[in-house]
Write a new protein. Structure first.
Length: 278
C-alpha cells in the first residue's frame, strides 16, 4: 500500500500538469485568424472561463491536447488495473494473503457456492481496457484533414465523457477495495515458511563475495544449497551450512545472522520517511 501511495502521488502530479497544459480556449473565428473577433475579446472570454487563449489555432484547438488528456486518464486507469491485478493475485486460493470484503449473503458464483471471487478488482481490470482503448481513439483524432474535418467530433462525444466517468467510478471502487481489504498476516508467514528460506540466497551470495570468494564459484555454491532445498532436503539455512565452499568462508552464526528477516526490514523506517509517512 505504500507503493500505491507513492504511485498515485505521481498520478496526481501528472494529471495536474496535463490539466494546466490543456486549459486552453480559442475564439479566433472560423479559420483562426481573428478576422472578425478581436484578440482582446478572446482574452477576456478565456479569462472569464479560467482558460488561457491558444497561442495559435485554426477552427479548433488542436487535438494533441485532447490526446494527452485521454492518455493520462489511460495511465491512471492502468495504475488502478495494476493494483486490482495485484489484489486478484493475492486472493488466489493458493496465495490468499488478502481478500476483497465479502458481504453477508454475497454470491461468488451462481453454480458454485464456495466461490469468493474478487469481482470488483476483476471489474476494474476490464474497465481499464476500455479507457486504454479510448486513448487510441484520442490519438487517432490528432490527424485531421486540412486542419479540421469533423471526424474527431463523433468520437470525442463518446470517449471524453465516458473516460472521465469510468475513471471516476474506478477510483471510487479502488478506494472501497482498500478500505475493506481483509489482510491475513498469518497466511503471509505460512507462505514465507513454504520457501524454506530460499529468499536469503542473495544475502549469502553477497557475503561470500565480500569474504573473498570468486563470484562464479560463490554463485554455484549458493545454487547447490538452493537446489537441495527445492528438492525438499532441509531448509536453505541448513543446506548453506553444509555446503563446503560456504562453510569455509562463513560461520554458522554468520549464516544465521544473514538469513534473518531483520536484514530485509532494517531500512523500512527510512522508506516510510521518504514517503512522508514517518
Amino acid at each position: 500500500l505504500a507503493l500505491m501511495f507513492d504511485e498515485f502521488g505521481r498520478v496526481e502530479e501528472r494529471l495536474r500538469q496535463t490539466l494546466e497544459r490543456i486549459r486552453i480556449g480559442k475564439l479566433s473565428g472560423a479559420v483562426g485568424t481573428h478576422a472578425h473577433v478581436d484578440p482582446a475579446i478572446e482574452r477576456a472570454v478565456c479569462e472569464k472561463l479560467g482558460l488561457k487563449p491558444a497561442t495559435i489555432s485554426t477552427q479548433i484547438v488542436q487535438r494533441d491536447r485532447h490526446a494527452e488528456f485521454v492518455a493520462i486518464l489511460a495511465v491512471i486507469a492502468s495504475s488502478v488495473d495494476r493494483w486490482a491485478t495485484e489484489f486478484r493475485h493475492l486472493q488466489r486460493t493458493e496465495v490468499l494473503e488478502v481478500e476483497e470484503l465479502f458481504s453477508e449473503g454475497q454470491k461468488g458464483s451462481s453454480a458454485m457456492p464456495h466461490k469468493r471471487n474478487p469481482i470488483t478488482s476483476e471489474r476494474l481490470s476490464g474497465l481499464a481496457r476500455v479507457i486504454r482503448g479510448n486513448a487510441v481513439v484520442a490519438l487517432e483524432n490528432v490527424a485531421l484533414w486540412h486542419e479540421r474535418d469533423i471526424s474527431h467530433s463523433s468520437a470525442e462525444r463518446i470517449i471524453l465523457p465516458d473516460s472521465c466517468t469510468l475513471l471516476d467510478y474506478m477510483l471510487v471502487k479502488l478506494r472501497e477495495i482498500v478500505e475493506g481489504l481483509q489482510v491475513y498476516p498469518e497466511r503471509m508467514e505460512t507462505n514465507l515458511a513454504m520457501t524454506k528460506g530460499l529468499y536469503f540466497s542473495q544475502s549469502i551470495l553477497l557475503a561470500l563475495t565480500h569474504a573473498g570468494a570468486e563470484r562464479k564459484s560463490a554463485y554455484e555454491a549458493v545454487q547447490r544449497a538452493a537446489k537441495k532445498t527445492w528438492k525438499g532436503d532441509g531448509t536453505f539455512v541448513e543446506n548453506a551450512k553444509k555446503e563446503p565452499e560456504i562453510a569455509a568462508r562463513l560461520s554458522a552464526g554468520e549464516i544465521d545472522r544473514l538469513c534473518s528477516l531483520d536484514v530485509h526490514f532494517q531500512h523500512v523506517d527510512a522508506t516510510f520517511k521518504a514517503l512522508g509517512l514517518d
